[in-house]
Design a binder for this molecule. Sequence first.
Ligand SMILES: Nc1ncnc2c1ncn2[C@@H]1O[C@H](COP(=O)(O)OP(=O)(O)O)[C@@H](O)[C@H]1O
Ligand SMILES: [Mg+2]
Length: 371
Amino acid sequence: MNKETTKDVPDRNDFHSGVAVKLQNLTKEFVDKKGKVTVAVNNFNVTIPAGKLVGLLGPSGCGKSTTLYLISGLYKPNAGAIFFGDEDVTNTPPEKRGIGLVFQNYALYPHMTVRQNIMFPLENVRVPKKEAMVRAQKMAELVHIGDLMDRKPNQLSGGQQQRVAIARALVKEPRVLLLDEPLSNLDARLRLQTREEIRRIQKETGITTIFVTHDQEEAMSISDEIIVMNEGLKQQIGHPQDVYEDPVNMFVAKFLGNPPINIVPGKLKAGKCLLDNGALIDSGINQPDQDVFIGLRPEYLKLSDNGKIEATVDMVEHIGRDTMLICFLNGMDVKIRAIIPSEYRLVPGEQVKFECAKLFVFNKSTGERYK
Ligand SMILES: Nc1ncnc2c1ncn2[C@@H]1O[C@H](COP(=O)(O)OP(=O)(O)O)[C@@H](O)[C@H]1O
Ligand SMILES: [Mg+2]
């Protein structure tokens, strides 16, 4: 039986899908008791496209939550503006912005049932009880907890509680859904499942969604676009794969990818990369000779008899489909990782040579990438 014919599930028409969120020169500072200033969000300029799921990604303390609270209206910026579509909402109070907010810790009311929790935002705006019940049930069906309405939060798993929190955030049919590390309290299996659920719910509703996480894999796997942030500053925005393959700087290159990119000190010499151990590799970069950092992603390294990068195997990790080699570059105190096909059977101490299909070159002092 087709579910859609038996249950009333909200669809795109119920949501104001299509509102872009534009942050313009947005700055937020905090001043502590001693007068020390923290610039949590520093002159942020970004447009989050309408109807997309965008991952806001960066290390702990980089300003992700602050950005989300600025968008929600819980914080007032020191400078800059926020637009929902063409509407300037910078001075609009949170309850008038049309946002739904979901936190890491669910923040459900423990004494209320699931139904009461989901209905709560509607009571605040005096939606008649009967209509509120119908809308709450619809949202519960959307997040697949329609049969748990009479339970209390402590009778639910973490993943189910997070679905209740999402239903509660959606029940007022907001223009923008904001999720602050929503999966962090879940165990690995539920985290995977719930992230697929969030992707599905976002697709079905078409609601513009901003998903905050410090987990690069999580952000890359579900986002239409990712925004990488560091120390309050926007680093890069783009399709996850594009950002991965074309990072603007060493921070972004290092933050994305598991196992992480190998960073090797070297020199740029007449457009070639010279490693400190004498290996010379083509770079295709047209820049004056200088000291640089060279970035080699583990999957860009290929074993080859003609390879210029010579190394000694230190460890071999069989990770199923592939094998991870951990090597020391000969003549250098630098460890690198390479992902190689599992057919290779290498042992520690063995000499290997790598070719590198692609590499990144970074300015040694600023980390900016040369292209
Ligand atoms: N209410 C606050 N008062 C003072 N400093 C704050 C406050 N909230 C956040 N900060 C500081 O702002 C920076 C960014 O914090 P936050 O936005 O919470 O980062 P993230 O969510 O990326 O971990 C941090 O240095 C943090 O200590
Ligand atoms: Mg945070």
